[in-house]
Design a protein around this ligand. Structure first.
Ligand SMILES: NC(=O)c1ccc[n+]([C@@H]2O[C@H](COP(=O)([O-])OP(=O)(O)OC[C@H]3O[C@@H](n4cnc5c(N)ncnc54)[C@H](O)[C@@H]3O)[C@@H](O)[C@H]2O)c1
Length: 335
């Protein structure tokens, strides 16, 4: 495998790069250090390159560029696999004028990358999609739009299935879904071997500073108040970053082109339960401030991972409390 990773300085991209390089795989990584969060944290994400060996790792080449501004044909010429992780994350920021960034970095950049793959010998392009493409499963008192949709949206235990309806509740979700459709289109029309993975809330060392666990753990450590959106009874299916990396590599080698897979850790807990876990992990009691629910936040996410288990051999291994402890240890580690 000769990999191209887009968004390589980010939370997931840098963790994937580190795994691949340590396994002896030749990696080219690109990132434009977008200003969604600090450049310093992203540089820190790539620090392993410099601390593990004296010189930058010979099998890793980093290029600072935006996907839209680089010569993709040259970049792809000697690559066999593409991991497309670059994008503008964040549900809450995606409303208003900032949507421009989401259309550019999530939709346009994906289309340009797919287009550049046409006619190449790329064996797989793995796209980092999101559970945000689903939107809310219908509340119990809402009439389902059709019996067919309803049956497919929710299996008996409310898990989200890949063939269920997609109705994003945020502009971010819309942009991720649009890019996923582009992957399918380029596969069906131009044989680009794309595989999309719908990640369910990813956590662990290097987690983005805007994400809940990062903020909660930091606030617990420093004694600052924790802002809680919603009533705390919303549930999430949390996925440890190493399990995500394993799924990305499986998708690149075993994923069926054109297929979309849910990748969820299988531990579905309420946000309140997470807060109790955080108290145990940090040994501190929390000062919680309730601020009400936010537009675009999904109420529940819970992945049906049958397809990923069957076709990718996906089997998440990290227990949530252990994973939180690993993230806390990373947050406390010296820069
Ligand atoms: N973290 C999660 O829980 C989660 C869940 C679902 C989906 N995803 C998706 O996974 C991917 C990675 O997420 P993350 O949490 O690591 O985010 P991240 O922000 O840490 O990483 C994304 C990286 O992409 C870079 N980037 C953005 N636009 C770019 C462009 N046009 N050209 C080059 N580089 C660009 C950014 O500088 C950043 O370093 C994203 O596409 C995100 O939508 C993440």
């Amino acid at each position: 495998m000769k990999a191209l990773i887009t968004g390589v300085a980010g939370f997931i991209g840098s963790t994937l790069a580190e795994r691949l390089v340590r396994e002896g795989i030749d990696v080219v990584g690109i990132d434009n250090f977008s200003d969604y969060y600090s450049r310093a944290q992203k540089e820190q994400n790539l620090k392993w390159l410099h601390t593990t060996v004296k010189e930058p790792w010979p099998r890793f080449r980093f290029i600072e560029t935006r996907i839209q501004d680089t010569d993709l044909a040259t970049l792809l010429a000697d690559r066999t696999h593409v991991f497309h992780l670059a994008g503008q994350p964040g549900v809450r920021k995606s409303w208003g004028r900032d949507f421009d960034i989401y259309t550019s970095d999530n939709i346009q950049a994906t289309q340009m990358l797919l287009d550049a793959c046409v006619g190449t010998s790329i064996e797989r392009l793995v796209y980092a999609s999101s559970s945000s493409v689903y939107g809310d499963v219908l509340p119990a008192n809402t009439a389902p739009p059709s019996a067919w949709n309803w049956a497919r949206t929710e299996s008996r235990d409310s898990r989200l299935r890949e063939d269920g309806p997609t109705r994003p509740v945020s502009p971010y979700g819309v942009s991720k879904l649009a890019a996923e459709h582009l992957c399918s289109l380029y596969h069906s029309n131009y044989d680009v071997p794309s595989v999309s993975l719908r990640f369910f809330t990813v956590y662990g060392p290097r987690q983005r500073p805007d994400m809940a666990f990062h903020k909660f753990l930091l606030a617990a450590h420093t004694g600052q108040p924790i802002t809680l959106y919603g009533d705390g009874q919303q549930t999430r299916d949390f996925t440890y970053v190493d399990d995500i990396v394993t799924a990305l590599i499986s998708a690149a080698t075993r994923g069926v082109p054109g297929h979309v897979y849910n990748i969820g850790g299988g531990t579905r807990v309420t946000v309140r339960q997470v807060l109790h876990m955080i108290e145990r992990v940090t040994g501190k009691s929390l000062n919680i401030v309730d601020v009400g629910s936010q537009k675009g936040d999904m109420r529940h996410t819970y992945a049906d991972t049958t397809l990923a288990r069957t076709e990718l051999g996906f089997a998440p291994t990290m227990d949530l409390e252990r994973g939180l402890a690993a993230e806390y240890a990373w947050l406390l580690s010296p820069a």
